[in-house]
Design a protein around this ligand. Structure first.
Ligand SMILES: C[S@@+](CC[C@H](N)C(=O)[O-])C[C@H]1O[C@@H](n2cnc3c(N)ncnc32)[C@H](O)[C@@H]1O
Length: 340
């Protein structure tokens, strides 16, 4: 599972695991409290580490639950097994509801704006049908937490494939792309068995860290000014199953209360300090790009307040989206702090 997510480390995960394993033996416990798509979490879990993954947003928690905790397909007794659950997802009755109106090509947004072309009318109605069905299964109490997360995981991944966007959900394309015109499809996922007894939590890193008793923490904070809560508002709404006010032309859910201090030049340094202070582990690993809000020298100085610092680097291709193409490669740094 991988998709275009700002700062997704899928392509760097093996390198990161190699660097971690040079310091920390397999079988040790490690937290990934800004887990995003959980690509580093699952790579560490494959290498034998015991993971605690979390994020401040809800959809990354869905990704982490499925990738770390669903070691095989759940039973889905109420839906006739996993095959029955997928059959239901593919054939559910469409509904003209919140997604159809707020984000579909034939919609009529509540604030009177023009239809938002995030989805074809058919796919938006399919999403509404699935949301209504998942809600009623939840109300009837027929899904386990993992079954619920797996239905949401399928919904998130298939939605990404037909979203009419250029990279993020910050805005939609002016005309429907050929991918967006395709109907949504739901295919079986591969489940991965990993040896650890993993945990998945949700909350800001500053609140989660003091509760952790892991031997190491891996931090992968945002490094650009682009806020995840705004840029992935539709994924958050799918994961929460709610119907927030969709504001302005873009239809963003209210997100300012989830804004990350790591995204602002003025507050990123203090966010690092606060986060490192809240961590009780002996080892802290930090991924950060040379393009980040905090310059390398400044970050080194902050980290050295907490212990002995070493840094490894790896060239990596820059994040690209169709609306902002930046060519070339960028150096990704992996800092290790041996806490004193
Ligand atoms: C660079 S991405 C992580 C990417 C991830 N390693 C991957 O491979 O997909 C940063 C993540 O940090 C989360 N985040 C931002 N500020 C946070 C905070 N204060 N506490 C917890 N998570 C935060 C964002 O929601 C986002 O998922």
């Amino acid at each position: 599972m991988s998709y275009r997510y700002l700062g997704n480390k899928a392509k760097l995960a093996e390198w990161i695991v190699g660097e971690v394993s040079a310091i920390l033996p397999s079988g040790s416990s490690i937290a990934d409290p800004m887990c995003g798509t959980a690509s580093v979490s699952i790579a560490l879990a494959r290498a034998g580490y015991v993971l605690t993954a979390s994020d401040s947003l809800t959809f990354p928690v869905v990704h982490a639950r499925v990738r770390l905790l669903a070691k095989e397909a759940p039973a889905f007794e109420a839906l006739g097994g996993y095959v029955g659950a997928l059959e239901w997802m593919n054939t559910v009755e469409p509904v003209h509801g919140y997604f159809y109106n707020e984000f579909g090509a034939a919609g009529s947004p509540a604030n009177g704006r023009a239809p938002r072309l995030y989805f074809s009318a058919e796919n938006a109605a399919h999403i509404d049908g699935l949301r209504a069905g998942i809600r009623s299964f939840q109300e009837a109490g027929v899904l386990s937490v993992l079954e619920h997360s797996l239905l949401l995981q399928h919904l998130l991944l298939s939605t990404n494939k037909v979203a009419n966007i250029s990279g993020t959900y910050g805005y939609f394309r002016k005309t429907l792309s050929s991918n967006a015109a395709r109907p949504m499809r739901f295919e079986p996922l591969d489940f991965e068995w990993t040896p650890g007894e993993h945990r998945v939590l949700q909350g800001p890193v500053e609140e989660i860290s003091p509760t952790l008793t892991t031997e190491a923490v891996y931090l992968d904070p945002p490094y650009t000014k682009r806020q995840y809560a705004g840029n992935y508002h539709i994924l958050e709404t799918l994961a929460l199953g709610d119907e927030p006010v969709a504001a302005g032309d873009g239809g963003l859910r209210p997100w300012m209360d989830q804004a990350s201090d790591f995204c602002y030049r003025r507050s990123a340094g203090q966010a690092f300090r606060r986060t490192l202070k809240s961590i009780r582990a002996d080892h802290i690993f930090i991924s950060y790009s040379e393009d980040g809000q905090v310059e390398k020298d400044e970050l080194m100085a902050i980290l050295e307040e907490f212990g002995r610092v070493t840094v490894q680097q790896q060239p990596h291709s820059r994040y690209r989206s169709n609306d902002r193409v930046k060519d070339g490669s960028v150096l990704e740094h992996l800092y290790h702090v041996e806490v004193s």
